[in-house]
Design a protein. Sequence first.
Length: 271
Amino acid sequence: MQDENICPVCKDTMMIPRIYECGHTICEICMINGDRITKKNVLSKFSVPYYKCPLCREKTIVEWYLRPINRVLLTILRKDNDYEHRYIEYKKKNTTKPPDIPSNINLAALTKKNKILLTYKLYNKILPLLYDAATNGKSVISIEKPICRDIQIVSDSLSEILFINHNIHKIVATSHECVIELVSSVDLYTSEYVNDDYDSDDDNTFTNEEIQETEYTRPTSPPPPPPELRTTSEFLSANPTRFSSMVLTTRRDMARILNVSSPRTSPNSRR
């Protein structure tokens, strides 16, 4: 076989050579594999994949089965008996066929039908996850790839079912993640706590000269010992006022979460 009969991608004799729009020819097997990888790497389900010629990188939206066969080259290749035998075996094994699209297909009805089917398919998968989250007190669940891409397609119809049937608060669907909030809250994703007794006077502020000096000066005394560990009872006995404020703060937070007004407590009634 001559060099022009060799696929530039797999370096084998071209099995059914096909032509890109740019004019370059490669074998059908390499075209199918390249298109499959391109589709897999598309970020959004709503984005049309752009296929690239492996030689010049020119883009096209035309899939492999719509690219014409290089009939002149295929005729020359089939004159070889060994190639003809491989060609017949390939045609028998290759079951990939282009879709048969009717000329008067109702695309709107087809879209609605398959959207409903996909919606309930995903609904049956997600509902047990939401129920498990609710029984364990979780306010939100996060679903990642690959199922989140399908959720993005039917997020409107899926959210409507969850809102009406199960009183879900919010759904945010992207190509990378789907976040479902069971309840409304501003503190769903972070937990931040501030030390009310923090003393800013204890901050250690160093000048540039002090920092440079510590780089070249060895410590003259051993480091201080670690703080003494105390049990919970010892800590509470040493900090009764701080523990009382923590309890009151927790009660107020719980009352806010349960939409119950916190009872006013006079300073004399605090213990």
